[in-house]
Design a protein around this ligand. Structure first.
Ligand code: ZN
Length: 162
């Protein structure tokens, strides 16, 4: 099979966040969970070492909510969320055979040189995943609009960074 892995340049809208990602983007994922639906992302998952941030991690703001195992990184200037670390599988998902994913979900809309109209879209029903039973989304969501220092981020994300 032909290897179609390419290196793509990615950025937020204002350009403060710049990154490179290696991937064979043969499909994208359109998820209907509460955050993906609102931001309209078309995600593609890559291994953790396939994403290289070209600016300091401290230039990003981290938002965590729900099970708090996902890491949503966005630009504090223009608000674009170019990539996220997906949440760990819930107990229900593990029972259903969902494998833990050790990587990044990159918003393909933030990558240069992609013809998104030509890439198949896979529908993902994240909204059906029960995070914390008995709580509304508003009660689950906790804004953490704080920017970590680079060393603090590296410490917290040790296993994600080379
Ligand atoms: Zn920006």
């Amino acid at each position: 099979m032909l290897c179609a892995v390419k290196t793509y340049q990615g950025s937020c809208h204002c350009g403060r966040i710049r990154f490179e990602v290696d991937g064979d983007i043969d499909h994208v994922r359109s998820c209907d969970c509460s955050i993906c639906q609102r931001r309209g992302a078309l995600n593609h998952r890559v291994a953790k070492e396939s994403l290289r941030l070209l600016v300091p991690w401290s230039d990003l703001t981290l938002y965590q909510w729900g099970s708090r195992t996902a890491k949503d990184y966005f630009c504090p200037v223009c608000g674009i969320l170019p990539f996220r670390r997906p949440s760990d599988p819930t107990a229900q998902e593990l029972r259903e055979g969902v494998e833990p994913f050790d990587g990044w979900a990159v918003n393909a809309r933030c990558l240069e040189g992609l013809d998104l109209d030509a890439i198949p879209v896979k529908k993902i029903h994240g909204s059906r995943i029960e995070l914390l039973e008995g709580l509304s989304r508003g009660e689950r969501a906790v804004h953490e609009e704080r920017t970590y220092s680079q060393s603090e981020t590296r410490k917290k994300l040790g296993k994600w960074l080379r």
